[in-house]
Design a protein around this ligand. Structure first.
Ligand SMILES: Cc1cc2nc3c(=O)[nH]c(=O)nc-3n(C[C@H](O)[C@H](O)[C@H](O)COP(=O)(O)OP(=O)(O)OC[C@H]3O[C@@H](n4cnc5c(N)ncnc54)[C@H](O)[C@@H]3O)c2cc1C
Length: 397
């Protein structure tokens, strides 16, 4: 630790809170500015690859996460029309042996709460709600953040962890609106007793079909069951929390095997997500201002890494600040340099995996043949670069 700095973070999602915790552990005085009236997350699941459990260990949060996570025994893909198995990758001991860390799934609200509790336990974290960042300005001495309502806060740096529609990004990168992928996701969470035994699966199970897929897995120690149905659509509402059209969903899955249709029939109300990403960039730091998480590198969810990459960002940002003896601008450049190729690779590979899941015709046959002919772990091996993750003990040495 060189010098404790006053740091401002716009956004109190998983990325913003992870950054606050990491930076506070290094002794910085951190203020988190969240626009909502309360800190919280929407109800849905998140998959956590071994690279993220590596971060939890480094941050001393493994036990807190393990108490609320679920550890599926496998990661499977079935063909949604025929029901045939395309691939199943064993997790558990296999993931541990391959990567040194497990593969888990967690309720978003529970992961967010882990970071919120960790921040609340730090006397040098100031958590502010109803604090919408409108704009900022900066000079050689520091940065000033202007909130809706008129408050102005000063700090040594501003970290824009304000998500997909980031205002801070608008000012720093200025690349317009996110790219609408044309894919939308419907999500729902059921209680365990709402899912009949023959429809329950402990695995993370993906049913892939032409321009559609359904993925489901248990959450919260197995007390809940998470479902996300994705399909191509030109109908969309901007945002993360509007109601989905059940009739359209059922139409998209009309050709699915009975098991899938029965499962979908258990859900009365879906919430809808418009899936967006951006082209990778490498100019997300400007002097005393930087971006983190979805604000920096929003990605499609097909590799289940967005929140994980935000947590990795936080760890690398902390190390960058430690390595530059109080030179904030240099630290933010180092952080960006260390992150942009890895996160860009996840962004681009995620698009490719979307194509694999939604394949039809020859592409589908080829996928099934390749996956079925390989060793069970083949599907995992191609993602070793991602799941091996970063080594937090060896950053900037
Ligand atoms: C369908 C789907 C499935 C996914 N599955 C996975 C998965 O399995 N694994 C995984 O790791 N990731 C997954 N993700 C990605 C993950 O959800 C995101 O990458 C992650 O939540 C990003 O966190 P964040 O903190 O960067 O942004 P956000 O969660 O968007 O948080 C941004 C915060 O900033 C606040 N804010 C916005 N503007 C302002 C402002 N002007 N002033 C103050 N506050 C502001 C917002 O209210 C919000 O609280 C999935 C995403 C989708 C859509």
């Amino acid at each position: 630790m060189n010098q404790p700095l006053p740091l401002l973070i716009a956004g109190g999602g998983i990325g913003g809170l992870a950054a606050a915790y990491v930076l506070a552990r290094d002794g910085h005085y951190v203020t988190v500015l969240e626009q909502s009236a309360a800190f919280g997350e929407i109800g849905a699941g998140i998959q956590l690859g071994p690279n993220i459990f590596r971060m939890f260990e480094y941050l001393g949060l493994t036990e807190a996460v393990n108490q609320v996570a679920f550890f599926p025994p496998g990661l499977g893909m079935n063909d949604v029309r025929t029901g045939e198995k395309v691939i199943r990758v064993p997790l558990g001991e296999t993931a541990l042996a391959a990567y040194g860390y497990p593969y888990g799934v967690i309720y978003r609200a529970d992961l967010h709460q882990v970071f919120l509790d960790a921040c609340k336990a730090m006397p040098n974290v100031n958590l502010r709600t109803a604090s919408k960042v409108e704009s900022f300005d900066q000079d050689a001495q520091g940065v000033r953040v202007h909130l809706a309502g008129g408050d102005v806060l000063a700090g040594s740096a501003l970290i824009g962890a304000d998500g997909l529609w980031s205002r801070i990004r608008e000012a720093v990168v200025g690349d317009g609106k996110p790219r609408i992928s044309g894919h939308i996701a419907y999500r729902a969470v059921l209680k365990r007793d709402q899912v009949p035994a023959h429809l329950w699966s402990d695995d993370v199970l993906l049913w892939g079909g032409e321009k559609t897929h359904l993925v489901h897995y248990p959450l919260r120690r197995g007390e809940l069951f998470n479902l996300v149905a994705v399909f191509h659509s030109d109908k969309y509402d901007e945002g993360w929390n509007t109601f989905g059209d059940t009739a359209e969903l059922n139409e998209r899955f009309a050709q699915a095997v009975p098991q899938v249709r029965e499962l979908l029939g258990k859900i009365e109300t879906w919430k809808m997500w418009v899936l967006c990403d951006r082209e990778p960039v490498k100019n997300w730091s400007d002097r005393r201002v930087t971006l983190l998480g979805d604000a920096a590198h929003p990605m499609l969810q097909y590799l289940a890494q967005g929140a994980g990459q935000a947590i990795e960002d936080a760890v690398v940002l902390g190390a960058a600040l430690r390595s530059t003896a109080g030179d904030v601008a240099q630290a933010l450049q180092k952080y960006q340099q260390a992150r942009y190729l890895r996160t860009g690779r996840v962004q681009l590979t995620a698009r490719f995996y979307g194509d694999i899941y939604h394949a039809s015709g020859v592409q589908r046959e080829l996928r099934n043949q390749l996956f079925q002919s390989g060793k069970e772990s083949a599907g995992f091996a191609g993602l070793k670069w991602m799941y091996d993750g970063i080594d937090p003990a060896n950053l900037f040495h």
